[in-house]
Write a new protein. Structure first.
Length: 92
């Protein structure tokens, strides 16, 4: 389990560094747009909603711990949805 959370931390940091283009240690709205604005994720539609959800202390930038917490929450949500789908299939 600890090995998995270490991997998650490393993955989160690597992902963060890719987005943090100017290496300031914080992610700005512009950096989010640069990465996700052109992606197929359609992240741009809800970009500001996502941004403020990640920016939990509301200082207008995303730091590494806010980013990691958001990834953990997103993974939890995905796993929850998968479990629900699996349960629905099992109950059929
Ligand atoms: Ca913040």
């Amino acid at each position: 389990m600890q090995k998995d959370s270490l991997k998650l931390g490393q993955w989160s940091n690597e992902f963060f560094s890719k987005i943090d283009y100017d290496r300031s240690g914080k992610i700005s709205v512009q950096e989010m747009i640069n990465i996700f604005g052109s992606s197929k994720l359609r992240f741009d539609d809800d970009l500001f909603k996502h941004f403020s959800a990640i920016d939990t202390n509301g200082d207008g930038v995303i730091d590494k711990s806010e980013f990691k917490m958001y990834l953990i929450k997103a993974l939890d949500m995905l796993i929850g949805q998968l479990v629900k789908i699996a349960n629905d299939i099992i109950m059929e």
